[in-house]
Design a protein around this ligand. Structure first.
Ligand code: CO
Length: 295
């Protein structure tokens, strides 16, 4: 990896650390998710980062991909996952944490399970483990605390402007005996009291361009041009489009989706509707070793 590239990964990671600290201070039970999302996203930009994806604020059994639209009235409560993606010149820091917003701290251990799992996985990296060994460590850590890992969610490789660059880091022993090549990766265990799988739920209001061709409708074309210029194939939110393009946004995004230009990510929901915790950090592997960027 070139020095400049590594530098950008580190800069994105530094911003991620500051934004995480900011978000942990900011979030209180009862706050609108909309307010939280807007403040976190503004903070990222204030610190000189770009959004690699809209901040994801997922409550209880929603494991991932919830981003409030301008009309959303959902309030922070229960077990809240905050998943943050920042990039510098396309080089990404992907990090997540969970907060227990109940008055009796009932999700404390479930949160500890995913945090310990990510820590144990990172501690293993210096031994040059196989992908399956990383997954096994995550699985054992979570199961030893009496919970289940979510097996159809996984960590992933990162590349410039690419959030899922081909390699999957499993959250269970999957018998993949490949080892990690040099590059950037995120490890993200999810722990649950449920059966440990997610299904695709309602749309998340998070979109990404999957087929960059210009639509016919003038409004849809304006939105496409704006999103392509600003985000390329990285995800962006309905809210961002609503702010810029107003009332026509939903219908135009729908047209872009129907034309196969946009993907609307589904919310990912735990199959038995049990609460889910998440922890995530990003690292870069170079021939000199492992550099954790977000912790
Ligand atoms: Co990730």
């Amino acid at each position: 990896m070139e020095a400049k590239e590594l530098q950008s990964y580190k800069q994105a990671g530094e911003i991620a650390k500051q934004v995480t600290a900011y978000a942990k201070e900011l979030i209180k039970p009862g706050m609108l998710l909309l307010e939280i999302a807007q403040k976190i996203e503004a903070k990222i930009q204030e610190l000189g980062g770009q959004l690699a994806f809209p901040v994801s604020l997922s409550i209880n059994e929603i494991a991932a991909h919830y981003n409030p639209s301008l009309e959303d009235e959902t309030k922070a409560q229960g077990l809240l996952k905050v998943d943050i993606g920042i990039h510098k010149k396309g080089f990404i820091a992907d990090t997540a944490f969970s907060l227990d917003l109940t008055s009796d701290n009932k999700y404390k251990e479930l949160i500890q399970a995913s945090e310990q799992a990510v820590n144990n996985a990172f501690n293993l990296l210096n031994k040059n483990p196989t992908l399956s060994e990383i997954g096994e460590t995550i699985q054992e850590t979570i199961e030893n605390k009496g919970f289940s890992p979510i097996i159809n969610l996984s960590g992933h490789s990162l590349n410039q402007f690419d959030l899922h660059a081909g390699i999957t880091i499993p959250n269970y022993a999957d018998n993949n005996n490949n080892k990690l090549q040099s590059g950037a990766y995120a490890i993200e265990p999810f722990a649950t009291t449920g059966e440990g799988k997610v299904y695709e739920g309602p749309p998340s209001n998070i979109y990404a361009i999957i087929n960059p061709k210009k639509p016919r409708s003038p409004t849809a074309r304006k939105i496409f041009n704006y999103a392509w210029e600003k985000h390329k194939t990285l995800p962006f939110s309905l809210r961002e489009i609503q702010k810029k393009f107003g009332a026509m946004s939903r219908i135009s995004l729908k047209q872009l989706e129907q034309a196969g230009i946009l993907h609307n990510f589904p919310q990912l929901i735990e199959k038995s509707h049990e609460p889910v915790s998440q922890a995530e950090h990003t690292f870069v592997k170079t021939h000199e070793g492992i550099i954790v960027t977000t912790n």
